[in-house]
Design a binder for this molecule. Structure first.
Ligand code: ATP
Length: 370
């Protein structure tokens, strides 16, 4: 069992000058895979280290299966952590590395420990590496061993701190699937820290987004993608990022660009809650912008600045706002300097309060693929 509850968890450094984690409330259910994501310095690692017992909270509590472990020594918490830099003992073999934690945390005999390591190694396809030392292994193999060392302890909670950052892109994808498979099979609660929103989206049952130590949103990946609660989440989740445009609301329910010759007519229903002269930020994802006919109700005509082909599609950088990208099919292939008309539907449009960044509306329909 590995139900994990954080209540008002707080960490300050430098006598309160730095608030690394700001009263975080989070409940992670037994067997759940939760990803913690956010920009550098947002408090992900500090949160994880507090759960592991490697960092003492300034305030708040940590419970595992209803037991308050806030003041429990790391050694006595039933958690295992996998680090980015593998943290293997260089002079020990893979077998010894994997068995070491068991020696510290269980009463198993040497024989039993070896048996448990062999079983885990087999499950992970690393049994032929058991006699090797870490410097004989590739990065991917090292990470598999580090993972095996955590799994063999059969912890209640698995903590991952950017475990795949040192691997190349292809291996990262393979290892992502591997970690998910193992976590599913073993049913262990997992908290996985990453700064890579794509990794967070693909791996998490739920995704927790932090910024400056503050919890922004917790939800299933598609929900966060479709209904970001604020501009920060809208911009952070999705790649390329959501386009933003400063607009004001005219009396007739039209959004007028503040700095751009842009206007967008809203339906009565969409315009109803808005007040004339409101300053808003309009957000639209590149994949929700489509080539359109100038007659289209929601047409925007702009000049193409750059065309970025990605094979299946082209990213068109348009001279709207500071940066505005449209993801269009590869056969839409204008030259820089060409004029193009694009549109996006109202149900794909996000509106944020310009001052607070809070979302004002939720798109009615599911947005396109992640
Ligand atoms: P990254 O992705 O860069 O690892 P992160 O989201 O994991 O970032 P943390 O490492 O948790 O962020 O750091 C959160 C904040 O706390 C940062 O401002 C960081 O500088 C600060 N911080 C972390 N550890 C310490 C420390 N030991 N002493 C002082 N400040 C710290």
């Amino acid at each position: 069992m590995g139900d994990l509850r954080l209540d008002s968890l707080r960490k300050e450094f430098d006598r309160g000058d730095i608030v690394a984690v700001d009263d975080l409330d989070l409940h992670i259910e037994d067997g759940e895979f939760v990803t913690l994501v956010g920009p550098s310095g947002c408090g992900k690692t500090t949160t994880l280290r507090m759960i592991a017992g490697l960092e003492t909270p300034t305030g708040g509590t940590i419970e595992i299966d209803g037991e308050d472990v806030t003041d429990t020594h790391a050694k006595h918490r039933d958690v295992a952590m996998v680090f980015q830099n593998y943290a293997l003992y260089p002079h020990k073999t893979v077998m010894e590395n994997m068995a070491f934690g068991l020696r510290m945390s269980t009463d198993l005999t040497k024989e039993e420990r070896r048996e448990r390591v062999s079983e885990t190694a087999e499950m992970m396809g690393i049994e032929e590496l058991l006699d090797d030392k870490p410097d004989e292994l590739s990065g991917g193999q090292k990470q598999r061993v580090a993972l095996g060392r955590a799994i063999v302890r059969e912890p209640d909670v698995f903590l991952f701190d950017e475990p795949l950052s040192n691997l190349d892109a292809k291996l990262r994808t393979t290892m992502r699937t591997e970690i998910q498979r193992l976590q599913n099979e073993l049913g262990i609660t997992a908290v996985y820290v990453t700064h890579d929103q794509e990794e967070a989206m693909t791996m998490g049952d739920r995704i927790v987004i932090l910024n400056h130590g503050d919890l922004q949103q917790v939800d299933e990946p598609t929900a966060v993608y479709r209904n970001p609660v604020n501009r920060f989440v809208g911009g952070f989740i999705g790649s390329p990022s959501m386009n933003f445009l400063d607009v004001t609301v005219s009396g007739a329910g039209v959004l007028d660009g503040v700095d751009d010759p842009f206007s967008y007519r809203l339906s009565d229903a969409k315009a109803a809650p808005l007040e004339t002269d409101d300053r808003l930020t309009l957000g639209v994802r590149p994949e929700d912008v489509r080539p359109a006919d100038p007659e289209d109700d929601h047409a925007v005509t702009a000049t193409v600045e750059v065309v970025e082909p990605i094979g299946s599609d082209n990213y068109l950088h348009l001279d709207v706002a500071d940066e505005f990208i449209a993801r269009v099919p590869a056969d839409v292939d204008p030259d820089p300097g060409d004029s193009i008309t694009v549109a996006f539907d109202e149900d794909r449009l996000h509106l944020f309060d310009s001052a607070t960044g809070e979302a004002l509306t939720e798109p009615a329909e599911p947005a396109a693929t992640v």
